[in-house]
Design a protein around this ligand. Structure first.
Ligand code: GDP
Length: 442
């Protein structure tokens, strides 16, 4: 879970305040000491923590909080606001050129996720109606060009490459000419990285910057490296004056030190975050939503956006019709299941729901394997069985259990659940019909 450790500690510190009716200055002091520790343990930059805590404290012991009826809620609100400010306040968008193509140069150390992110960003912009071109300028890392080509073909985005014998500056220039002719309105340049920052790398990046004059330079850093990511960001920014940061591998970052420090230390915004290895797992970074998530206040907006991006409205209508007319089959069930899964793991989804703090999430302990089991059971059914579940007798159940690597009890349980779902839907449908009738005659 993203920021799991930090979320737990922060929520714990603030929960203690909630149990007190009135707050004294000492209560706030104690809570702030815990907040400070939580942030330091999360590997947030020391100076950033100091300033954060003193701002929150100053605001919290002010007149309006102490005198209010719900002082603890007010303190939590202040922590939320200050966390949001710390991460940049509002969403920071890509600046598109009024005279396309918009040129985006990706840079960062090797392994940070540059190539993957170049592809993911192309995919995100394509979904928004852009026509991107990916450019392979990493001529040093073996297989980097091939990797970008594979990513491009998966996303159906063209990739420009000239092999590994040309100078990256020439490749970038040629790519822009090619893109212009081809009608590409966004050109994303994947540059070379190194294991550590070195002069040669910086010189090459500066040369590319000078020659192609990008609209955006996005620095890709790995969230899991904590303060190292912040140092890398400082160094790159000093040389290249980047426009923003993409923080990758946030899905594996339980601490959050980089996310909470980068903006304050470099004064450059985080524009996107990588939330997994899959090519659709890049999200626009919203500081306010992230702060809410850390404090267990949920992130309904992101959940709705995800659902809208992943769910097909037409299909949803079709499904509703089927549900009402009792034609809902196991194929539809499977499709539903896969759609929900496309939103992320169950724990990821639950994390976005308000009121779900880290403790409750742990207690809930959603069994992801249950989904896999149900999917396997349905996939082991024949086409006929999926359409007509009542034909699934004892021997068929045995075969399905064997085929799906589950037990007959699992299959029975699933069939029962399905039957009950259908029954419930019928009941709701009947109820609606009666209500309508009543409405008409009254
Ligand atoms: P590059 O050397 O900077 O171009 O890095 P790559 O794009 O090759 O990525 C390095 C590794 O990080 C690959 O295995 C990627 O799948 C993985 N990766 C990239 N972004 C993310 C992310 O947001 N989450 C996770 N979990 N893995 C990522």
């Amino acid at each position: 879970m993203v920021f799991e450790g930090l979320a737990k500690k922060l929520q714990g510190a603030l929960d203690k305040l909630k149990s007190k009716g009135k707050l004294s200055e000492k209560d706030v002091d104690v809570a702030m000491r815990e907040v400070k520790l939580a942030l330091l343990e999360a590997d947030v930059n020391f100076r950033v923590v100091k300033k954060f805590v003193s701002t929150v404290k100053e605001r919290s012991i002010g007149q309006e909080v102490m005198g209010s009826l719900t002082p603890a809620q007010q303190v939590i609100k202040i922590v939320n606001e200050e966390l949001t400010n710390l991460m940049g306040g509002t969403e920071s968008k890509i600046e598109f050129s009024s005279n396309p193509p918009t040129i985006i140069m990706m840079c960062g150390l090797q392994g940070a996720g540059k190539t993957t992110t170049a592809g993911k960003l192309g995919g995100l912009l394509k979904k928004k109606g852009k026509f991107p071109l990916l450019v392979a300028c990493d001529i040093y890392r073996p297989a980097a060009i091939k990797q970008l080509e594979v990513v491009g073909s998966k996303l159906e985005i063209p990739v420009f490459s000239m092999g590994d014998k040309q100078n990256p500056v020439n490749i970038a220039k040629a790519a822009i000419e090619h893109g212009k002719k081809n009608g590409n309105d966004v050109i994303i340049i994947d540059t070379a990285g190194r294991l550590h920052i070195d002069e040669e790398l910086m010189e090459e990046l500066e040369n590319i910057k000078q020659e192609v004059n990008p609209n955006e330079i996005l620095l890709v850093v790995d969230a899991m490296t904590g303060q190292d990511a912040v140092t890398v960001a400082e160094n790159f920014n000093e040389k290249l004056n980047v426009n923003g940061v993409v923080l990758t591998k946030l899905d594996g970052d339980a601490r959050g030190g980089a996310a909470l420090s980068i903006r304050a230390v470099t004064d450059k915004p985080i524009k996107f975050v990588g939330m997994g290895e899959k090519l659709d797992q890049l999200e626009t970074f919203h500081p306010d939503r992230m702060a809410s998530r850390i404090l267990g206040m949920g992130d309904v907006l992101s959940l709705i956006e995800k659902a809208q991006a992943n769910f097909d409205a037409e299909k949803a209508m079709e499904l509703e019709k089927k549900l009402r007319s009792q034609e809902f089959t196991f194929d539809d069930y499977l499709e539903q299941l896969q759609q929900v899964k496309s939103l992320g793991s169950m724990n990821e989804i639950l994390q976005m729901i308000p009121g779900m703090n880290s403790k409750q999430l742990k207690n809930l302990n959603v069994d992801e394997k249950e989904f896999v089991r149900v999917e396997a059971i349905i996939q082991s059914m024949t086409k006929e069985e999926r359409k007509n579940p009542s034909m699934i007798d004892g021997s068929r159940r045995k075969r399905i259990a064997r085929g799906s690597g589950t037990t007959i009890q699992d299959v029975n349980k699933m069939l029962k659940q399905f039957k009950e779902t259908r029954k419930m839907i019928k009941k709701i449908g009947d109820m609606e019909k009666t209500m309508k009738k009543k409405g008409r005659f009254s």
